[in-house]
Design a protein around this ligand. Structure first.
Ligand code: DGJ
Length: 698
């Protein structure tokens, strides 16, 4: 049983942690404890007594309210804001009931003291993963409309005191998932997306620690399972030492109107505590995402080929078949045709929206190519960008009002495209029918779902709701289309791509098995991007390709060896994106050898535990993977770039069974796991050199 109750007090226990809250003397639902699991239920502290001690310093700065609403002398970030029919804008909640729904789910229901508003805080405990999941259900039980202006998923309180550091992922297109650590000081630090997708710029993920390292120390961490606009407010109320993180849908330009009897449920927020450092936090999230989120948890991810960087729009059926012949020789398992296969798509200014094969390139449709690919022993995958339309397309000519726009404003194009309004059910139905037909008519094993721009002029023509509901209803529409297609074609693997890593989040992973992390495929840049990505996401969802490295914005070629590029891409789900026509025989042999090597270790990389041994920004990157039985491991090490003179990479292995005995490729001896984990090892690498070492239990 993961949920324990004392009188008006609830304890959520995971295997190693506990989270407790209860009603304080004023009847306010108050956070009481989050940290290591304690031996007895009575160990958990009672709600603190909070006194008003000056008219300017009200109790609310000190109180750790589970779901703060704006009322009274409360100036902290509220989790919720609503406007009632008479214009009143504060919400005063009082406890109504608690219901233990099952072993792992607790509902706490709160009612407004005057208005017909019910808020149910939904807590789900994931004991094995040391995670607490929260969502909020809001119901209008009256007859007048209530307008929600903010509805966060959770407010997470971490232990009182100063000295906390916030780690988060920041970046931009071509440079996503840059890990940042900064002191959390008094005030509010806001991270957000206003772009209708999760965004390349920030990711709804955080950790908070005082003095943790990769392997040691207390870390609080969390993420939001949502693929649209979102907001994270990390706050220390000025003058007080009560840090908290509020997370949920972005309230910027947000509205959700609840008419009589209507309910709205927020996305889930997940969070946890570990005493095992940043790696401990990542492993809780990795294990949870792998086992409980992605659609095909057990599926070993295939090695794919994708010709986008090599061919772009310059191809036809014959060229794809010729590439497929070579790909098959190299050991590729999944042949993916990227952008450019559909009607009129010879460049990026036409065709999006018309999802039928281009008659010039594919006069007999896609079937001959797919059959050829299948005959060569590979599965076939296809690129689509369902949410988009080019003004130069049949779809746009037929339905110009289907895009997100304001009738009186110009429609700002990005990459010559506009966004279909997926908040509209007719647009959703159109996409479901069109894509279902495409999938039903062809033997397609994999779909890359792309999304190549962010929103502008966020208007909703003929909106049946408050037009600001667009932000949330759009994402609900994406989920409906994707979910319906997944239900109808359950075997298909999907990739979430948004011009690289613009839509990487736990919400989209309920539909997609893997994520295209970045359009930047330069191995040297990738190591850093992958380091950030791995904070939240497991290697099994991290698609990484070996490319020619020429597709940089300034088209500079970076001279990095094929070995180095393979090693970097093998840290996730390996793909190849090189121009196969340009490979020499020797390069083909080498490519085949690395693909074979990867097939032997991919179960360790994709399903094992990951340990980051060196941060790429230190001059070296090193990542180790160990399978769940602690039998086999693999270590990848890279010298990123250090001007001479350089010290060797120094590290200790992790995650081995201390009593078992192992060999480590490149090092002498058979030694216990404990010995390998307590003896510093050294690897010498020249600039832009790398190595892969097998770790084997004997
Ligand atoms: C952006 C993606 O990130 C690329 O991999 C490629 O699919 C292009 N779009 C195609 O337009």
């Amino acid at each position: 049983m993961a949920i324990h109750t004392r009188e008006n007090y609830w304890i959520l226990e995971t295997d190693r942690t506990a989270y407790a809250f209860g009603l304080d003397a004023d009847g306010v639902l108050t956070h009481c404890y989050w940290g290591a699991r304690l031996p007895y239920v009575d160990d958990y502290p009672a709600p603190p007594v909070v006194q008003v001690w000056a008219s300017f310093n009200g109790p609310e700065h000190r109180r750790r309210e589970e779901y703060p609403t704006p009322t009274g002398l409360k100036y902290v970030e509220p989790s919720f804001k609503a406007v009632y029919a008479d214009g009143v804008r504060d919400t005063v909640l009082t406890f109504a009931r608690a219901e233990v729904v099952d072993d792992a789910t607790l509902h706490i229901t709160l009612n407004d003291t005057h208005y017909p508003l019910t808020i149910t805080l939904i807590y789900t405990v994931h004991p094995k993963y040391d995670l607490i999941e929260r969502a909020v259900k809001v119901t209008n039980t009256g007859s007048d409309a209530i307008r929600l202006e903010r509805a966060f998923s959770a407010s997470w309180h971490i232990p009182a005191g100063m000295g906390w550091h916030l780690r988060h992922l920041t970046g931009k297109w071509f440079d996503e998932f840059q890990l940042t650590r900064e002191p959390l000081t008094e005030g509010v630090k806001v991270l957000e997306s206003r772009r209708i997708t999760t965004s390349h710029h920030h990711n709804p993920f955080f950790t908070l620690d005082r003095d943790a390292s990769e392997s040691t120390g207390d870390v609080y961490f969390g993420a939001l399972a949502w693929s649209g606009t979102w907001k994270l407010a990390a706050e220390i109320p000025a003058g007080f030492d009560t840090p908290r993180v509020s997370i949920g849908l972005n309230d910027w330009d947000f509205a959700r109107v609840l008419n009589a009897g209507e309910t709205f449920t927020t996305p889930s927020a997940l969070a946890g505590y570990t005493d095992a450092g940043y790696t401990g936090a990542s492993q809780c999230l990795h294990n949870y995402i792998r086992a409980r989120v992605v659609p095909h948890p057990q599926h070993l991810r295939p090695v794919l080929y994708n010709a986008w960087e090599a061919a772009m729009f310059d191809f036809d059926a014959q060229k794809q078949m010729a590439l497929a012949e070579i790909a098959a020789e190299l050991g590729i398992e999944l042949f993916v045709m990227d952008d450019g296969w559909f009607k009129g798509r010879y460049h990026d200014s036409a065709g999006l929206g018309d999802w039928t094969p281009d008659a010039q390139r594919f006069p007999e449709g896609l079937t001959p190519l797919i059959e050829r690919v299948n005959t060569l022993g590979m599965d076939f995958g296809l690129w689509i960008e369902p949410e988009m339309v080019n003004p130069d397309s049949d779809l746009y000519r037929a339905h110009p009002d289907w895009v997100i726009h304001y009738a009186t404003r110009a429609r700002t194009e990005a990459r010559n495209q506009l966004i279909l309004n997926l908040a509209r059910s007719d647009v959703q139905d159109y996409l479901i029918n069109t894509l279902d037909a495409l999938l039903s008519a062809h033997n397609i094993a994999f779909i890359k779902w792309d999304m190549n721009r962010n929103v502008s002029e966020p208007g909703w023509h003929d909106a049946p709701h408050d037009p600001r509901e667009l932000w949330v209803r759009y994402v609900e529409g994406v989920y409906r289309v994707w979910g319906t297609l997944r239900e109808r074609h359950p075997k298909v693997l999907w990739q979430s791509c948004s011009g690289g890593g613009g839509r990487a989040d736990i919400g989209i992973l309920r539909f997609a098995d893997q994520i295209w992390v970045s359009d930047n495929t330069l191995a040297t840049s990738r190591l850093n991007i992958q380091h950030g990505f791995s904070q939240l996401f497991p290697a099994s969802v991290m698609e990484a390709w070996v490319t020619d490295g020429t597709w940089t914005p300034d088209h500079t070629v970076v001279p990095v060896s094929l070995e180095y590029r393979f090693h970097a891409a093998m840290c996730g789900v390996l793909g190849v994106g090189t121009n196969l026509f340009h490979l020499s025989d020797a390069e083909k042999r080498e490519t085949r050898r690395w693909i074979d090597f990867y097939k032997n270790i991919r179960h360790i990389v994709q399903f094992g535990d990951q340990y980051r041994l060196a941060d790429p920004r230190s001059g070296y990157a090193a990542v180790q993977y160990v399978d769940s039985e602690q039998r086999d491991g693999v270590l990848f090490a890279f010298r990123t770039f250090i001007a001479d003179p350089a010290l060797p990479l120094r590290f200790m292995l992790r995650g081995l069974d201390p009593q078992a005995r192992y060999t480590v490729e490149g090092f002498d001896g058979v030694r216990s796991g404990k010995a390998w984990m307590h003896t510093p090892l050294e690897i010498s690498l020249g600039n832009l050199q790398s190595t892969a070492r097998r770790i084997t239990r004997v």
